[in-house]
Design a protein around this ligand. Sequence first.
Ligand code: PHB
Length: 390
Amino acid sequence: MHKRQVFKAIALVVIALTATQSIADGATFKIGLILPMTGQQASTGRQIEAAAKLYMAQNGDTVAGKKIQLIIKDDTTIPDVTKRLAQELVVNDKVDVLAGFGITPSALATAPIATQSKTPMVVMAAATSSITQASPYIVRTSFTLAQAAVAMGDWAPKNGLKKVVTLVSDYGPGIDAEKYFIERLQLNGGQVAESLRVPMRNPDFAPFLQKVRDLKPDALFVFVPSGAGAAVMKQFLERGMDKAGIKLIGTGDVTDDDQLNDMGDGALGVVTSHHYSAAHPSAANKKFVEAFQKANKGMRPNFMAVGGYDGMRVIYEALKASKGQGGGDALLAAMKGQIFESPRGPMFIDSQTRDVVHNIYLRKVQRQDGQLHNVEFDVIKDVKDPGKTK
Ligand code: PHB
């Protein structure tokens, strides 16, 4: 009798230990979210962190029987740091998914780690076409510059802006924006007066804008990464370029919703092409913007926030579809082909390319309810990344 009780006690302890072990290893689902929380792209980190937390608050932190743990790391906008953090998250924390990636060089630096460890890597911000080709484990929920730039290359010459100077940030997304904008501009009978590239880090736009003024184009097409738009706008206006009859156009990164409302009336009338505006008139977006602002002291969500919010959704749904089994390959398979309504509009993860397919909108800065907004006036539906066919 006594012996049997001892055995029973030992058995219970073993079961309890096993259960604790499985909570530590198997019952938690870890998302390693690497973001630029400081440094040049800090606004991207702030926006995506807020969006990921909102998604979890709205959808719970238990999915398919697993407790979701979000591990946020600051890469300080330095790609070597992103790579080291990803390595640590995979090896030490044993994360199930890597996510975030504020700039293209950070995403590219991490791609080999995703491949080697078979860890799905959800790119929520970076937007150079080639990123998804850097690892078969990458899935993108942000956008590509090629998608946005093509729409502007079609719109500008058809709307009287034939002679254009391009001004882009001198790295992956800027080079894509320049290439795809110019290709379509020329196809539509426009011409490029000059192509200027500014350094990605700490750019001084003044000498470039002086040059643009001298060239007197119909329009200046700009790509700068999220967060740099306000500086471009300020110097554009200070130099009286608008008064000299030069129209400012670009991808929506320049009239970023994170900064737009503080740019002043000088921004009115600027036309851009992009996949997301906080003013997108859908019920789903109104709900998203309201909840985001309520949770974040009135901060307006920008396109980075939406990439983060949709990225969380893709991860949650993949975990549900793979019935909590996890495993990089099962998760990846369940991310491919997801189709849903995003705050941006309809969105689809192309199974072949693992890249996002979505609408690209033409928008004009207008005052709406007393605030400056990118107001959509036209749409090109279901745009695949043009960079994939090359
Ligand atoms: C990028 O580095 O890929 C990037 C960053 C900010 C943007 C767009 C692209 O607004």
